[in-house]
Design a protein around this ligand. Structure first.
Ligand code: MG
Length: 387
């Protein structure tokens, strides 16, 4: 029996993780649950899974929750609560399912305790990849990818030598705007951008998928997880999302991992590795799929992908700036403040204005994140464009 700490239990990865727990109640026990602010979902999860500790990041929501719900379990709040739960709570596996930069500090605490990390929060590796990987080596901590592409690559690499890999091929669905022209992109609505063709996910990652920033973040994530340079990491658009990613070896042979898309498969694998447990989450039927197609990503149209390759080249805090500006830009797009094509503009503008630190400490990364956010929040992109 393994106990789980699910950081981000009300999001789509958190909910899917709990479905895996429901399927294998004799294998997994839920010890810790955390949410940003969704106390309604949290309450039903507490009733069903009976955790010993919960964290509500929003302090106001936490106060209200304590008052109304009483004390069925210990309740903590704020970023301090997340860190305290991660560094002091009882659990075997840390499921990093939070959205954005906020996932970094609690993940670091779990790594320092040598807990297995089932990592869905790609931003952790994007902003602090070197620190996170160094710490995982120092504390002999396993980091198992939950992101479907990275889980696919991890599965293809099982039994292989990394020195015999010639390249990783990350697949991208292409998002809802794959067939739109550059001109059409500037007029897309929020609803269009939230309408992902193959995966049902939270708002942040869905917008990132539409802009291809998600793939950009995943290249950086793959670079750190598998210790390969960006020259060995390719992206191919595969609209059916059946192949979750591939590895090409030095002899020209390619391994791929496939299935009808369902996040419960990579989640369960990260929880049970090296074992595979039976599950009927999906049935992959090739005749009914019929055709699988592949295209080059258009980096002129999807500038976010180009920006991600650029910040990898620059290194230091550049990926942290990109990530912070992107989080702000996505929020501002969802609030109707900027257009879809202004997302990369806002990120570029932030990258040009925030100083890049070459070999940052964790404190410098936290500081860079704050600065970059403040800058991109205050940036009047409309005005900038008219100049
Ligand atoms: Mg992914």
């Amino acid at each position: 029996m393994k106990s789980l700490a699910i950081f981000g239990s009300s999001g789509s990865i958190g909910l899917s993780t709990l479905e895996v727990v429901r399927k294998y109640p004799d294998r997994f026990r839920v010890e810790i649950l955390t949410v940003n602010s969704n106390t309604q979902i949290l309450e039903s999860q507490i009733k069903e899974f009976n955790p010993s500790l919960v964290v509500i990041r929003d302090p106001e929501k936490a106060r209200e929750f304590r008052r109304l719900a009483g004390y069925r379990c210990e309740v903590m709040s704020g970023d301090e609560g997340l860190i305290a739960a991660s560094s002091g709570g009882e659990y075997d596996i840390f499921v990093g399912a939070m959205v954005g930069f906020a996932g970094l500090p609690p993940t670091i605490e779990a790594i320092k305790r040598s807990k297995r990390i089932a990592l869905a929060n790609k931003e952790t590796l994007v902003v602090a990849g070197e620190i996170v990987i160094d710490l995982s080596k120092k504390y002999d901590t396993e980091i198992l990818p939950v992101d479907s592409e990275h889980s696919a690559i991890f599965q293809c690499l099982t039994g292989e030598e990394i020195k015999e890999v010639s390249k990783l091929i990350l697949t991208a669905s292409g998002g809802p705007f794959f067939n739109r022209s550059i001109d059409e992109l500037s007029n897309v609505s929020i609803a269009d951008a939230l309408n992902h063709p193959t995966w049902k996910m939270g708002n942040k990652i869905t917008i990132d998928s539409a802009s291809l920033m998600n793939k950009g973040l995943e290249i950086i994530e793959a670079h750190w997880l598998f210790n390969l340079p960006k020259e060995k990491i390719d992206v191919v658009v595969h609209p059916q999302s059946i192949i979750h990613s591939m590895v090409e070896f030095v002899d020209g042979s390619i391994k791929a991992q496939l299935s009808v898309p369902d996040m419960k498969i990579p989640i369960q694998y990260a929880l049970t590795y090296p074992e595979r447990l039976p599950a009927e989450y999906v049935k992959t039927n090739f005749p009914s799929i019929g055709t699988m197609t592949f295209f080059l990503p258009n980096m002129e149209k999807f500038r976010c992908l180009r920006l991600a390759y650029d910040v990898m080249e620059t290194g230091g805090t550049a990926p942290c700036i990109l990530n912070a500006a992107n989080e702000v830009a996505v929020n501002r797009f969802l609030n109707g403040e900027i257009t879809f094509t202004q997302i990369p503009e806002l990120i570029e503008e932030t990258l040009q204005n925030i100083e890049i630190t070459p070999k940052p400490t964790l404190e410098e990364i936290l500081d860079c994140d704050k600065q970059s956010r403040a800058f991109s929040e205050s940036l009047n992109i409309q005005e900038k464009m008219n100049v």
